[in-house]
Design a protein around this ligand. Structure first.
Ligand code: NAD
Length: 698
């Protein structure tokens, strides 16, 4: 047996299953576990069994790669295994340490006793994949911890420390450290087999609690089927066990086929695939990162600094003068103050993190940093002068990174004597909050620099996606055609609130105009002004420029596409903007037409997809799922839709191309805009897809 270890401790059989990295229950593990249980049954002098996970944890759950495939149904299934545990003739004690999630937790719920280390984390995260716990979790958990706790755990999907559940019948004993010795002790003395399924749910208010939860869920996730089905399944725990189990099974099968679950599962795998680079194997040697430096303590520099301080890495922050430096340090301190006030950070931890920060004004003071990230003004001249300073002072082997959003990383690198050490680290604002990190690989970037930066991304708890060099990299390059179409829709007849509402109904947290008001409409304006100067033929609606000319930058100026009489959280449709749009339409000779929401969604999403296809074809992104990760983690694309490229695949690229061609018949704005990308043409022709997280386009 390669996954299961069977040993004896007196009259107790200790069965340990190991399947790195998270001890998931693949077919092989399940089969070996059943064999081990059979062996324990056949050894007459075995009185009881301890089941535990190898390594640092109990189990991360079912093998997600098997979900929805025939492998998940190959017997013994997880449900077969769990049934065998509960009906076993000899008492079984689950010894739980580390994480115990999903199917692993469901297995533990079916054991006759549970011993957990106090810091073990127990949870049922299935809802995050658009599913419900389908191996008895919705039936057994409420029987052990009550309906309210079960609802909370299953609907949030968040793990709970064993200590917090120590007073419920879920936990028989809490252990400090390794739970196995205590579990063996309990097993050696266990007389009865306590079967969770024989318990009756004692909850007089079952229906009311479930109704209450339903109302909450409908308000929070109006478009998601899984949370409601979770509640239905929990409510079925009021029925006899087998009946409830059948309801759970039926609902699980229903959910596994929903587009929402498929999208969420794709997003899960896409995140894991991101950051894998074909020619940078895991064995690539890394450069040590012990000390870091950030140049520029503005919006981004301060946020990036916080990421390093949070990770326990000593950091020097360099600014041009004392006043700017003080401001930068104050920005960082302010974020920590806020966290302390909210109880999210202790005073001591705040002190520890601030102590890692050294404010400096001279380049010589950062010379021995292992990595330096510049976040100075977005100007090639300013960046060039910063990099020439870095070239002069930084120790050999230091990584020189730029946080530029639009400038050519290759040009920045070529301005130094060490282009192989230069890489782009494009953080998103606020850098200490946003999970996405676009790592920009220049044509000369060394493999070990890329590997080290990818590793650094993990250390800073970011989701890293590697992008090649192009204007805007992956995310902002795609955002431009998206914004372009949003403005054209206004010219043609839609209102900002209609466009936003349509995109929000599709699932975006915010539509493009609310995002503009939040981020500052002046940011796009300054990029456009540069484009107009650089490329005289550059086309974009003049409407957003006119808005900015009126000083309506968004929330920060109290007015943008919306008015904000009741504060930044309450945008109101604006008469001024309506008049601006009407006058603009008159000026460009447009008679407004009625635009339906489907056109709004398709034009904006397919604008992303068409540009994404070009990015993929040009190998700026290694795989379509990387593009999805960028949009899911950096741009508010709705996770149940799986990202723009997955969404396009799910609609069918033939349909996508048809729609793009249809839009192409509307000559408004930019006549060449709706030319299907060559990759879409090819894939629509061959019946192919952009591909999942594993493979490329096919
Ligand atoms: P910012 O204006 O808030 O901050 C820039 C800081 O750099 C200022 O504090 C300034 O004093 C300092 N600075 C300027 N020249 C310097 C020099 N020669 N040496 C040291 N310090 C210098 O700008 P920001 O929004 O933080 O943007 C910084 C960089 O990050 C830009 O390249 C920008 O394109 C990029 N970026 C910004 C965002 C965003 O949303 N703001 C997102 C991603 C990337």
């Amino acid at each position: 047996m390669s996954h299961v270890d069977y040993r004896r401790d007196g009259a107790v059989a200790v069965i340990t299953f190991t399947h790195p990295p998270v001890n998931s229950f693949s077919y092989a593990v399940r089969a070996e576990l059943v064999a081990a249980l059979d062996r324990a049954a056949s050894e007459a002098d075995v009185r009881a069994i301890v089941l535990t996970g190898g390594g640092a944890l109990f189990s991360g759950g079912a093998d997600i790669r098997e979900l929805g495939t025939p492998a998940a149904l190959r017997g013994p299934t997880l449900r077969d295994l769990i049934a065998q545990v509960e009906s076993n003739d000899k008492p079984i004690v689950a010894a739980i340490k580390g994480t115990c999630l999903g199917g692993g937790f469901e297995l533990a719920l079916a054991a006759h006793y549970r011993v957990a280390s106090a810091d073990a984390k127990l949870g049922l995260p299935e809802v995050k994949l658009g599913l419900l716990p389908g191996a008895g979790g919705t039936q057994r958990l409420p029987r052990l911890v009550g309906v309210e706790t079960a609802l909370n755990m299953i609907l949030s999907g968040e793990p709970v420390p064993a200590k917090a559940l120590g007073k419920t019948p879920l936990i028989d004993r809490l252990a400090e450290g390794d739970p196995v010795p205590a579990a063996i002790d309990l097993a050696a003395n266990a007389r009865e087999r306590r079967r969770t399924s024989t318990l009756t749910l004692k909850e007089p208010n079952l229906e009311a609690l479930c109704e209450f939860a339903r109302n909450g869920v409908k308000a929070k996730w109006p478009n998601l089927p899984a949370p409601l089905r979770c509640i239905d399944a929990i409510e079925a725990a009021g029925k006899p066990f087998e009946e409830g189990l059948a309801v759970e099974r039926r609902l699980f099968v229903e959910l596994i086929n929903t587009s929402e679950s498929k999208g969420l599962r794709h997003a899960f795998f896409a995140e894991r695939a991101a950051g894998r680079v074909a020619d940078v194997p895991e064995s690539t040697p890394l450069r040590p990162i012990r000390k870091a430096a950030v140049i520029g303590g503005g919006t981004m520099g301060s946020g990036i600094s916080i990421c390093f301080l949070n990770a326990g890495i000593a950091l020097s922050l360099l600014e041009t003068d004392q006043a700017a430096l003080d401001k930068g340090v104050a920005r960082i301190a302010q974020v920590y103050e806020g966290q302390v006030k909210k109880g999210k950070l202790t005073k001591e931890e705040q002190g520890r993190r601030m102590a890692l920060l050294t404010p400096v004004l001279a380049y010589d003071a950062i010379a021995d940093a292992d990595i330096v990230i510049e976040a100075v003004f977005e100007s090639m001249d300013v960046k060039r002068s910063v990099f020439s300073n870095l070239d002069r002072v930084m120790k050999s082997g230091a990584i020189l990174a730029t946080n530029t959003s639009t400038l050519d990383v290759n040009a920045i690198a070529q301005g130094t004597k060490r282009p192989a050490d230069v890489v782009g680290t494009h953080f998103f604002s606020p850098a200490n909050v946003m999970r996405l990190l676009e790592i920009v690989r220049g044509s000369a970037t060394a493999r070990d620099v890329l590997a080290t930066t990818l590793q650094l991304g993990k250390t800073l708890r970011k989701i890293s996606v590697v992008s090649g060099v192009c204007d805007g990299f992956i995310g902002n390059r795609m955002l431009e055609p998206y914004s372009k179409q949003a403005s054209y829709l206004l010219e043609e007849g839609a209102s900002p609130q209609q466009v936003d509402a349509a995109m929000e109904a599709f699932g975006f947290a915010m539509g493009p105009f609310r995002v503009g008001d939040l981020a500052g409409n002046d940011i796009g304006w300054s990029v456009r002004k540069r484009r107009y100067a650089e490329r005289p033929s550059y086309l974009f609606s003049k409407l957003p420029d006119k808005l900015c000319e009126m000083g309506r930058f968004g929330q920060k100026t109290g007015a943008g596409w919306y008015d904000y009489p009741d504060g930044p959280r309450k945008p109101q449709p604006s008469k001024v903007v309506e008049e601006l749009i009407t006058a603009h339409r008159r000026e460009i000779g447009i008679t407004p037409r009625r635009i339906d929401n489907a056109e709004i969604v398709d034009r904006l999403v397919y604008a992303l997809v068409n540009e994404g296809a070009k990015i993929l074809d040009e190998k700026i992104a290694a795989r379509a799922s990387d593009i999805d990760v960028v949009y899911l983690t950096g741009y508010g694309f709705p996770p149940p839709r799986g990202g723009p490229m997955f969404y396009a695949d799910s609609q069918g690229l033939y349909t996508v191309r048809r729609r793009i061609r249809e839009f192409g018949r509307n000559p408004h704005g930019d006549p060449a805009f709706w030319t299907p990308a060559p990759l879409i043409e090819r894939l629509a022709e061959s019946g192919g897809t952009f591909g999942g997280a594993e493979g490329g386009a096919s």
